[in-house]
Design a protein around this ligand. Sequence first.
Ligand code: SF4
Length: 364
Amino acid sequence: MNSEWYQELTRLGINGGISDQAILRTLLECDEVELLPLLAAAFAVRKYFHGLEVAIHILNNVKNGLCSEDCSYCAQSRDSRAEIVTYPAKSDGEIIAEAERAYKAGAHRYCMVYAGRGPSQQRVAHIGELIREIKKRFPLEVCVSAGLIDEAAAIALKQAGLDRLNHNLNTSANRYSAICSTHTYEDRLHTLRVARQAGLEVCSGIIAGMGETAEELVELACRLREVEARSIPVNFLLPIAGNVLSVPQNLTPDYCLRILCMFRFANPDAEIRVAAGREAHLRSLEVMSLYPANSLFMDGYLNTRGNSRERTLQMIRDAGFVIRSDKTLEELLAAERQQATSDDRAGQGVLLKVAQELRPTAQG
Ligand code: SF4
């Protein structure tokens, strides 16, 4: 492809995005589309809508595991044998303290995740109280992920001040029954529709690497365009031992970057988040993900760790990006380094104490 072709991609991206599925498939499948000019074209669209900002998201697994559903990619599924810590909902105090930590770490949005099929009426009311409290205390936007919800729940959450509801589509309509049998793609789509009708912004993402075709990825990107998803987490399947679906397919760093570019062109002004699996699947090309994507998760994912905060912040700074926060990257990096030093000292103190306690035993 010549340089005019890539320039035309940028032009289309800036002027409403690309909905032609044949063009979008080309970005994933055609050998003549070279990665670097493709990234440059996607970066121009990203920069037009979002500048050089990176929005940092921190997840809080408020309720983990014990789920009735059988999503085969998920460590919290009833069928997963993954060794995870399960717990019912955390206390309000813990949740609010974690919101404060997220704010101090530079997060612009705080996302509370409740594992499960969907919340009871009582839980919706409780989530509403938490949203009000968090927003009263910190200038954070709040996102909730709580499974399938109905109209009444969507309205109640909107009235409580919720900014965004997360509910991922994960894969294409055709493939959905291959990854889950306890609910349908249509159920998930319904949740997104009622959230939009209640006036909530919608965050909805995907998991690549579950055996889907390029055509199905393109269909998903276009479906998320139709439901006006303002935020799109692009996850890459993590190999978690014990999960029903634990072997990622067709994922190379090159392909992962192409997927991010394709989502950027299909959803040009959306917040495209490079989400779970960025470290494992993008490997040495991880930083390149910030050219099409303008957001990432810090502190790991629901049941797996990611890079350290310091490494993530340093990566953003080294590549010349800035963060969407009332703190600068320098301030946040300094705070992380100070924290790491005091953790080291505390660790050395514990080692010294253990050594002192062991000494009489060893001598005796
Ligand atoms: S993705 Fe959600 S609904 Fe599906 S098993 Fe995991 S926690 Fe349950």
